[in-house]
Write a protein that binds this ligand. Structure first.
Ligand SMILES: *Cc1c(COP(=O)(O)O)cnc(C)c1O
Length: 334
């Protein structure tokens, strides 16, 4: 059966690098949403907590409950608040503040320029008034950057906007809450991190999506995807492989079937421009739901060990490649 290998040493390496940026590992919040970007939430949560991280960020209650014992606090980005002592909930609109329960920890998300989620800065005063009036338990205010991974001035603009947010909140008496804004790209770019936590996702998994001038910090991908040989056959010159027969053997060749396909989250792509696996083997013909063909007799093949290369091939980003990997794939920590 196809499976995923997770490299503990590489994850520790990445966390070491990020700790140097944040000043302290305690300031790193592991973003484990979407099954830890497809890596496997339970496995990654276990490793980062053993490393010493105490903060996590997930998308919903189900994810939070699956790792509840491992962290001092888990920020849940998009779900209905539950009263669990180490959970805090992102509040992204004035509307949801009105119905928020009193006895759960809330973190207000403020829109400083991404314009997707979060309370508009001009409504911040109103939001903080409601919080005071209703005696809600506000423990944090945060924002998210729209293009910290692009070489433009919008990061500085959003940072300035967030400074205003902080000032306003502190003036209103919210002096003991935490403030956070940095994702991986912003943390990798900064030289003077001073916030309470940085929410790191992609960099922890080993990818630096920044333009080359910012790529001074070496990160190591922690995930590799492996498939096993199911059967081997001799193909005669002129014979075709797989659905549509889009690969035609140009010579007699030995071909094996391996047990990975788009049902596991490997992109199907275009068989005229096949993905190259295990350094030099092009996938022969179309990717099926559960199988591919390769000119190899190896019992095990590494499909990829760097999602960024695969992302380049499919014209997307590393996030999408790993996040597509199904939860059902077995995870092995090495
Ligand atoms: C996903 C996410 C992050 C992590 O972003 P990376 O680019 O992977 O570091 C941080 N904060 C929020 C609110 C997110 O949704």
């Amino acid at each position: 059966m196809a499976y995923i290998k997770l490299n503990r040493e590489n994850l520790y390496h990445n966390l070491n690098q990020l700790s140097l940026k944040s000043g302290n590992k305690i300031k790193l919040a592991a973003v484990l949403k979407d099954n830890a970007y497809g890596h496997g939430i339970k496995e990654i949560a276990q490793i980062v907590s053993q490393y010493g991280l105490t903060e996590a960020v997930v998308i919903n209650n189900k994810e939070a409950l699956s790792i509840k014992e491992l962290f001092k606090n888990i920020l849940i980005l998009n779900d209905t608040p539950k009263k669990i002592s180490n959970f805090s909930y992102a509040i992204t609109s004035v509307e949801s503040l009105k119905s928020a329960p009193k006895d759960v920890k809330l973190e207000l998300k403020v829109d400083t320029g991404m314009h997707r989620n979060g309370i508009d800065i001009k409504d911040l005063n109103l939001a903080l008034n409601i919080i005071k009036q209703k005696e809600l338990n506000l423990v944090g205010i945060f924002t998210h950057f729209k293009s910290a991974d692009e070489f433009d001035s919008s990061l500085a603009w959003q940072i300035d906007n967030f400074k205003e947010v902080k000032k306003l909140a502190i003036n209103k008496g919210f002096t003991s809450i935490r403030f956070h804004s940095h994702n991986s790209a912003a943390l990798l770019r900064t030289n003077s991190f001073s916030e309470d936590i940085a929410r790191v996702g992609i960099a922890m998994y080993g990818y630096n999506e920044l333009p080359a001038i910012y790529k001074k910090i070496e990160l190591k991908p922690i995930l590799s995807l492996w498939a096993k040989r199911v059967s081997t056959r001799e193909l005669k010159k002129g014979q075709k492989i797989g659905y549509g027969g889009s690969f035609i053997a140009q010579k007699d060749m030995i071909v094996s079937t391996y047990d990975i396909g788009y049902g596991d989250g490997l992109f199907r792509g275009n068989s005229n421009n096949p993905l190259i696996v295990d350094n030099n083997l092009p996938i022969l013909g179309r990717v099926s739901m559960d199988f591919i063909s390769l000119e190899s007799t190896k019992d095990e093949i590494c499909i990829f060990n760097n999602a960024q290369n695969v992302a380049k091939h499919f014209n997307t980003i590393s996030y999408e490649i790993t996040t597509s990997l199904k939860a059902a794939l077995k995870r092995v920590i090495i």
